[in-house]
Design a protein around this ligand. Structure first.
Ligand code: EPZ
Length: 416
């Protein structure tokens, strides 16, 4: 099991390039199942979940020629319409092959995703939406077995906002007969990036980025080239790390227009932020001020930034209230932060953090992707050495994070 050893106390300084967005790359890779032509993707991040998705698509018969941070996907020889349990259990996003397979091949067998650390995370909305489009769905032996002669457009209203639910049904609708309307759709920028890629492939989609998306089905989609958008959560993670260490860094190849809420919270915490094309500079002179947070679907404060901000609040001036409204168990980082000396009380989906002057280094354990990022941030500011264990969680969603942090002056290394 690999670990990270961090000596706290350095202020982060310098420039860091932001990688392609994991949560845009994953659905966009699945879009290769919708056409027999080549889909060329660039700015793909080099991280574990992307490699897992490439393996899943390859075992279905998608031909992939990968270069560095780019790959060409050819779905003309797809011959296995199945996503097996052993792949789905490690990456919930594998559910995103369901919509494309039913839409193009009329059949799919996709394992139900197991639960995960941050909650049960059902896929009932994905299934309900496909049934509304005429798919016959049986759940047997832990698998979703879906069949449809040809999907028909439908009017689907989501009971709650689901990012991959919106993405799965948007992809399915591109080849359905007639018009599909997705109401209460997710507005995340990654949904818009997927829509832009599908439109480049010949799909007819209106309203992506709003809560109502209209898709007019077409007979076929053709190949395209698409550059994956920059990762807003990686951006936010580095900005919070800089704020926590009282540093001054500049993100390059970043987009500020999709981070309004996060940038506002950082300004509220006392950071100076200057934005220019493709660049975000943050300068944090003073000890941060505690900021209250309430997670909600985009454009509100992102749940994927909650753990990172909690680390900032542990050493801030004052107390903060953090409310997690999306997942029922996304406070796994709390007990680990407490080991570093943080003062946090949890009542249901609400955490109260009382800022302390100093954290003390300790050995802590990562439990899920963003919790691990929060422990790294805490380790960067704690006095002495922090060891973060089980960092495979971190490697799922961050590209070479310790190399990027070393470039910013952090004293961090990977140990076996
Ligand atoms: C996406 O997960 C992201 N993953 C998550 O990022 C992110 O935290 C989440 O959206 C919320 O923004 C990818 O895009 C690959 P949801 P997703 O469906 O789509 C419930 C990270 O750290 N729900 O929007 O799985 C669900 O239980 C990851 O990069 C149903 O009840 O999340 C949750 O409470 C973590 N039934 C809420 O909706 C369904 O059919 C939002 O889930 C689907 C979801």
């Amino acid at each position: 099991m690999q670990k990270l050893a961090i000596q706290g106390g350095t202020k982060l300084r310098g420039e860091v390039r932001i990688s392609g967005a994991k949560n845009a790359a994953l659905p966009i890779m699945c879009a290769s199942l919708l056409t027999a032509d080549e889909l060329h993707l660039s700015n793909l991040p080099d991280m574990h979940d992307v490699k897992t998705m490439e393996k899943l698509l390859a075992q279905m018969g998608v031909q992939i020629s990968a270069a560095s941070q780019a790959a060409t996907f050819n779905g003309s020889q797809v011959d296995k319409l199945e996503a097996p349990y052993d792949m789905v259990k490690t990456m919930r996003a594998a559910i995103l092959v369901l919509g494309p397979l039913v839409a193009r091949f009329g059949e799919a067998r996709v394992s139900l995703p197991g639960g995960c650390a941050i909650g049960s995370r059902p896929v009932d909305l994905h299934i309900k939406g496909l049934q509304a489009m005429g798919a016959e769905i049986h759940i047997e032996h832990g698998y979703i077995h879906a069949t449809a002669k040809r999907l028909k457009g439908a009017h689907i209203s989501f009971d709650l906002v689901s990012v991959t639910g919106t993405e799965n049904l948007m992809m399915a609708a591109t080849l359905a007969e007639g018009e599909t309307v997705l109401e209460n759709a997710a507005r995340e920028p990654e949904v818009v990036d997927l829509a832009n890629c599908l439109i480049a492939m010949g799909a007819k989609i209106k309203g992506a980025g709003s809560d109502t998306i209209t898709i007019s089905g077409v007979a076929k989609l053709h190949g395209a080239s698409h550059r994956v958008m920059p990762d807003r959560i990686e951006s936010g993670t580095f900005l919070v790390a800089a704020a926590a260490t009282g540093g001054n860094i500049t993100l390059t190849e970043a987009r500020a227009d999709i981070l309004d809420n996060v940038l506002d919270k950082l300004r509220e915490a006392g950071a100076k932020i200057v934005v220019s094309t493709g660049r975000i500079n943050i300068d944090m002179q003073l000890r941060p001020t505690a900021v209250n947070l309430r997670t909600a679907p985009y454009p509100a404060f992102p749940t994927d930034m909650q753990a990172q901000f909690m680390a900032l609040n542990t050493i801030a001036e004052g107390s903060a209230i953090v409310v997690e409204t999306i997942f029922e168990n996304r406070f796994m980082h709390v007990q680990e932060l407490r080991r570093l000396g943080a003062q946090i009380d949890v009542e249901g989906n609400t955490a109260i953090i009382k800022g302390v002057a100093q954290l003390e280094g300790a050995t802590v354990m990562a439990t899920d992707l963003r919790a691990s990022a929060s422990l790294v941030i805490a380790g960067l500011v704690a006095q002495g050495e922090t060891i973060v264990d089980r960092i495979y969680h971190l490697d799922r969603g961050y590209e070479h994070i310790e190399a990027k942090l070393v470039k910013l002056g952090a004293n961090i290394s990977r140990i076996k």
